[in-house]
Design a protein around this ligand. Structure first.
Ligand SMILES: CC(C)(COP(=O)(O)OP(=O)(O)OC[C@H]1O[C@@H](n2cnc3c(N)ncnc32)[C@H](O)[C@@H]1OP(=O)(O)O)[C@@H](O)C(=O)NCCC(=O)NCCS
Length: 187
């Protein structure tokens, strides 16, 4: 089993190619990325921020994330193209208690970069990290409106394990089901 620091320092930064050959660089979030991350989230459509659980269009939320940056708690893997952030994937660890064998995942890509393989690449990188850390499962919570995400996670081996009826309300106050999908890493 590798430590997170070993994995990050030996693997990133890493340049990968989207389906159309566009080169994208992946690396963990750094404190200096604050302004670019705020700009990235400000440009995401409101409905795409549903699964992020915090109001990422508020620069204070990003400021707080950067202030509290600690990969052992939340690992944010960022995708860059031409110096701009074009995707963000996070693993939320729960090192204490009965969820210490798992992590929660959140993922967004920039609208201009979608359906070119970026979401799949970011997700595959987080899966690889989680496996190398010896985690047993990772999960994602998605409202059904984010149906593209459902197909992506299903393609990557996640299984729907629960559908919580009317469990969440989006930013407009609309009630929605919440789908819990789990990927078992040691199958
Ligand atoms: C879900 C999301 C991350 C996918 O990112 P992406 O960069 O388009 O991902 P990919 O290009 O790798 O597409 C992956 C898969 O998603 C599905 N998908 C993506 N866009 C789709 C579309 N317009 N119609 C149908 N399926 C789609 C497909 O299964 C696709 O796999 P395939 O190309 O092998 O068929 C992106 O659409 C997004 O940020 N959505 C809003 C936020 C969100 O839903 N996040 C996930 C929950 S936290």
């Amino acid at each position: 089993m590798d430590t997170l620091l070993e994995i990050l320092t030996t693997t990133y930064p890493k340049t990968v190619s989207l389906d159309d050959g566009t080169p994208v660089t992946l690396r963990p979030l750094l404190k200096e990325d604050e302004a670019k991350l705020a700009a990235y989230f400000a440009n995401l459509p409101q409905e795409d921020r549903l699964c992020l659980k915090e109001d990422v269009s508020d620069p204070k939320v990003i400021e707080n994330w950067i202030y509290e940056l600690d990969y052992d708690n939340i690992l944010s893997l960022i995708a860059f193209h031409n110096g701009d952030i074009v995707g963000d994937a996070t693993l939320h660890f729960n090192p204490i208690g009965w969820t210490r064998h798992q992590a929660e995942l959140r993922l967004t890509t920039s609208t201009q970069y979608r359906v070119r393989g970026l979401g799949t690449l970011l997700l595959q990188n987080l899966i690889d990290i989680a496996k190398r850390l010896g985690l047993e499962q990772i999960h994602i919570e998605i409202p059904p409106r984010l149906d593209k995400a459902f197909y992506l996670f299903e393609k990557m081996g996640f299984k729907e394990v629960a559908n919580l009826r009317g469990f969440v309300k989006d930013l407009e106050g609309t009630e929605s089901d919440l789908v819990l999908m789990v990927k078992y890493l040691q199958e």
